[in-house]
Design a protein around this ligand. Sequence first.
Ligand code: SAM
Length: 317
Amino acid sequence: MSIELIDLQPAVADLVQLVRDGMRARPRQLPAWLLYDAEGSRLFSKICEQPEYGLTRTEIALLKDHADDIARTAGHGVVVEFGIGNARKVDPLLSTIQPPAFVALDISPSALEQSLTGLAGSHPNTAMVGICCDHSHLTDLPEHPRLNGQRRIGFFPGSSLGNFLRNDAVRVLRQFRQLLAGGPLLLGLDQPRDPTALEAAYDDAAGVSAAFARNLLSRLNRDLQGTIDPQRFAYRAVWQEAEQRIEMALVSRCEQSIELAGETWTFQAHERLITEHSLKYSPAAAADLAAAAGWRIQRRWHDRDDSFSLHWLEPAD
Ligand SMILES: C[S@@+](CC[C@H](N)C(=O)[O-])C[C@H]1O[C@@H](n2cnc3c(N)ncnc32)[C@H](O)[C@@H]1O
């Protein structure tokens, strides 16, 4: 069966504007998707293998253990995954749902290509369609013969919704509702728990999370002709109780000026550049969020410690 890739990546000019907006903001912050160039995608896969980062193992186990129940709940249709990464999670869904087509969205072309090539071998009866895009701004799927008239079943694992602050998360969930055209959404969300364990998960002892964050600076140097020395920034991950989130940031070790796309930006010593957030959602908070975005949670599967949930969302009306 074929693999087809559709390129809807943001243009370099958009990247320049995004970085300008992020550098002007206080505190400074860049969109999390910028972390995922080819090296960032590779490093994220390594993060998933770190002993402190249990999320991936927990979610994969849940998806395998409940594959038949999830497939019965899902019914028939094409599966649409938001942020496929290294495709370690969708396999049980493709095996049980056996969709005519699988649509994978990801900002990282390398992740898309490798993942779909791997999946095509084990799911020969499913057409593979990859869309390289920022899914947080995609309002509809491109016209495609394999999608015409098909019900859409969304899959958004990895607690990736947690990268968006609350208002943006509502906007993105609303937009996914439109994109899925009345179809359901299987949403994996991590829950709040012991802050020490959470901080360790996002700042592992082997330093992979720190390398992942610093790679953002190398990416900016490459794509925007930058002059940043990544080692002049420390990395830290802090649990913020009031917001129920981890904040990950690169912190300037000294006062310094950097150049990006011909513009100069000065950092004070200890000033931070937020690379991403990871908001955690209790089941009640997840229900509130879903309702605010026009969804209703109909089912929930969770692990033994109730630290991670797969939520089944249907449009509220
Ligand atoms: C945290 S990783 C999760 C990967 C995988 N879904 C998992 O659960 O292990 C996020 C993935 O989504 C992609 N991604 C992040 N932000 C994105 C965006 N705004 N649009 C499209 N893809 C995005 C990244 O390239 C990466 O592959």
